[in-house]
Design a protein around this ligand. Sequence first.
Ligand code: IMP
Ligand code: MG
Length: 183
Amino acid sequence: MAAPPLPEVCEAILLSEEQIRRRVAELGEMLTRDYAGRELRLVTVLRGGIVFLADLVRSIDLPLHIDFMAVSPYAPGRGGVVRVTKDLDENLEGKAVVLVEDVVDTGLTVNYVLRLLRARNPGSLEVCALLDKDVRRIADVPVGYLGFKIPDHFVVGYGLDLRGRYRNLPYIATLREDALASR
Ligand code: IMP
Ligand code: MG
């Protein structure tokens, strides 16, 4: 099936559906190998990470649970998290936990969520992020499983949004400058 045409706000496809599919399968294989014999808890921060999570779980051949958390930022799309708006449903005590994130930009979100998760005494805690834009990093976060390092560009698609839209694009695309200006 052909990919849908690039929306007008987009500049170019940065990561194709095929590139993403292959890399997500590799990440799933790594997790399957590293957590062999254990039961995984995948925790995702709503909403950007859900598309990645949905594909990732199907590449992991282990017993696993998924759980969700939502946090509210100071300003939409910016770092500097203030509070938890939806907490996890399950207990993490002693569990092998992997935090699944769409993108690590300043690192503030992951840093904040990691602190919350650590306080619940998991047996182990790792981060699996699809994208890493380390140019703008403020908080140093350990990303044990990474899909792609990308340049400092705002991107949409595969779960990532611009004001709530474009999450359903099957690829990841960069935005045009003018679309960004009004963000
Ligand atoms: P951080 O706290 O700066 O690391 O960024 C956290 C959140 O900002 C991510 O989880 C995304 O929701 C959002 N974000 C950062 N960069 C992008 C992007 O390029 N596209 C869409 N959302 C982004
Ligand atoms: Mg996010």
